[in-house]
Design a protein around this ligand. Structure first.
Ligand SMILES: *Cc1c(COP(=O)(O)O)cnc(C)c1O
Length: 423
């Protein structure tokens, strides 16, 4: 049944459509790789991924056997030392990077600082750092700080205007720092075309993959990307505070000048030299002792992707977000919602966002019904669709609940207006 032939405002028809799509979903079995609580519709995996079923046992082993029993011998015996590059290679497979170009560790914010400084140092004599004025705040703050540190000027250029800005002033641009997926609207940009435009200007590109890694197919090597960072706890489901990762294309390794010259990035860390000599390869992007328990949790979490083709993840993700947007069009007509996410599949990441003047209380009222999304200022309701565990029935449940709470006005209850520290 085509959704457009469903009675437009009949929720039962949409519920049946969701059930049909779920019954035909080739990835349906992957949901059992996650431990989701009963009675919860989880559409916030773009903020904190759900708990993968492999993680509790891996953490138990990491704590009791590795830490508790093997103690410091674990650095060798349990290959703790290799973890940042080993897990980096696993992450690399999910973002189109051949082995030896991704390091896992530290937070996204720290990795953004690392790659922006190293990228800018590749282009001395150029004075502009271009970034999106709508970029995630931490990315904007770090761009400003790196610019201050290195004597650059930040120019805020929306991603849609990047090609024109490069055409006009390209010879002044050192670095372009952008995200392929807008964290608020879920809009997807053409990474390959933008990377080519940055290179045509002689600059280097730093991609922020927080809302792309594990969500959409990313081909860093194939598009010739220079640098990238990504987050471990969103679509990769590595757990709260999971280590992030940084990608440095192999051709930049020899010139990669790390601002944070920690001892793990040294060519011979246990020689305990008093001066820094960088390791060769991606190992020079290491810093210091990594948070090993979090690293091992992330490594276990990534097994949820074993045998999974990102093309299939993309197909299901588009089906989920497309169904959600169509269903919202039909069932929420006249209730004050508009779609913030583009309709064209090629311009959509793996989340769907709606605008509504009462976004905050609406999201709170949904959470009260066990339907978890989130809100971003000023008026966006965000719903993340992790194709490994979200169903079309989940998408339907969210829209149906929005229809009910707007119809009966229950979301206007005063308790839903109270702001918590984290929105
Ligand atoms: C989630 C996110 C971050 C998070 O940075 P942390 O250092 O992990 O807090 C940064 N940038 C973008 C684009 C994000 O989506």
């Amino acid at each position: 049944m085509d959704p457009h032939t469903a009675a437009p405002s009949d929720p039962a028809a949409w519920a049946r459509r969701a059930a049909d799509l779920d019954a035909a979903d080739p990835l349906a079995g992957l949901r059992s790789r996650f431990l989701l609580p009963d009675g919860v519709v989880y559409l916030d995996g773009n903020s904190l991924g759900a708990l993968p079923a492999a993680v509790p046992a891996a953490l138990e082993d990491a704590v009791h056997r590795q830490w508790g029993t093997d103690l410091i011998r674990s650095w060798n015996a349990n290959a703790w030392w290799d973890a940042p590059l080993r897990i980096g290679d696993t992450l690399g497979r999910l973002v189109g990077a051949d082995p030896g170009q991704v390091v896992c560790g530290d937070s996204t914010s720290v990795q953004i600082f690392n790659i922006l400084t190293a990228a800018a140092r590749l282009r001395p004599g150029r004075d502009l750092l271009l970034t999106d004025p709508d970029h995630f705040p931490t990315d904007q703050y770090l761009a400003a700080s790196v610019a201050r540190l290195l004597g650059l000027t930040v120019r805020g250029v929306p991603i849609a205007d990047l090609p024109a800005a490069l055409a006009a002033d390209g010879d002044r641009v050192a670095v372009a720092a952008y995200a392929p997926v807008d964290y608020r609207t879920g809009e997807l940009s053409d990474m390959a075309a933008l990377t080519a435009a940055v290179h045509a200007a002689g600059a280097v590109v730093c991609w922020d993959l927080c809302h792309a890694a594990g969500a959409i197919p990313v081909e860093l090597d194939a598009i010739g990307a220079d640098f990238a960072v990504g987050c471990g706890y969103k679509y990769l489901s590595g757990g709260p505070g999971a280590p992030a990762f940084a990608y440095v294309a192999a051709r930049h390794h020899d010139a990669f000048d790390h601002a944070v010259t920690g001892w793990h990035g040294h060519a011979d860390p246990f020689a305990m030299h008093g001066t820094y000599t960088p390791a060769s390869g991606i190992a020079r992007a290491r810093i210091g002792t990594p948070p090993m328990l979090s690293m091992l949790a992330l490594e276990a979490a990534l097994t949820a992707f074993d045998g999974v083709d990102m093309a299939d993840v993309r197909a299901k993700s588009l089906s989920l977000t497309g169904f959600f947007l169509d269903c919202a069009d039909a069932l929420l007509a006249g209730t004050g919602f508009t779609a913030a996410t583009p309709r064209e599949p090629a311009r959509r990441g793996s989340q769907a966002a709606l605008r509504h003047a009462d976004a905050y209380p609406l999201v709170q009222a949904l959470a009260d019904r066990g339907i978890i999304g989130d809100m971003r200022e000023p008026d966006i309701l965000r719903f993340g669709f992790n194709a490994l565990y979200v169903t079309h029935a989940d998408a339907f449940a969210a829209v149906a609940a929005l229809r009910e709470i707007t119809a009966d006005g229950s979301y206007t209850d005063a308790r839903y207006a109270v702001r918590a520290a984290v929105t």
